[in-house]
Design a binder for this molecule. Structure first.
Ligand SMILES: [Zn+2]
Ligand SMILES: [Zn+2]
Length: 136
């Protein structure tokens, strides 16, 4: 695997472990998995780096997860801008960011819908969903 961004990040963040895996993911506290030869490789790699740099571990609620996803992309953009000042330009694909966040929003929407009455349920800090109509 001869991705130049990967090499740059391996040198810049010696505390993190970058390894080839089945999907892009961050495993706390410091392992980043990537998939070789993926379209948008650079953007996805920087996104996982964003999770690592923000020390994301676990989330109790799905809303928190969505916030973390957004935060990781913001961090990815910061790192890309920083790298661009030092070497070859690194860009984050904005369209990809929106698509990825939409996927999470849809997922959240589906998950929060009450199967009995269709109302949007709310999630308590323990992670359980409750319907304001059915659970009165
Ligand atoms: Zn993510
Ligand atoms: Zn309901």
């Amino acid at each position: 695997m001869s991705n130049s961004l990967l090499k740059t990040l391996e040198n810049a963040y010696p505390d993190l472990h970058f390894k080839s895996g089945k999907k892009f993911s961050f495993r706390a506290p410091r392992t980043i998995c990537y998939v070789e030869n993926t379209p948008n490789f650079d953007s996805l790699l920087l996104h996982e780096l964003g999770h690592a740099l923000l020390h994301h571990t676990d989330f109790a609620t799905d809303i928190e997860r969505l916030k973390m996803e957004r935060a990781a992309w913001e961090k990815a953009k910061e790192v890309a801008a920083e790298l661009t000042t030092k070497g070859p330009a690194v860009t984050i694909d904005e369209e990809l960011v929106e698509t990825e966040l939409d996927t999470y929003r849809d997922w959240l929407h589906q998950k929060s819908r009450c199967k009995k009455c269709g109302l949007t349920r709310y999630q308590t800090p323990d992670g359980a969903y409750h319907c304001p109509h059915c659970e009165r």
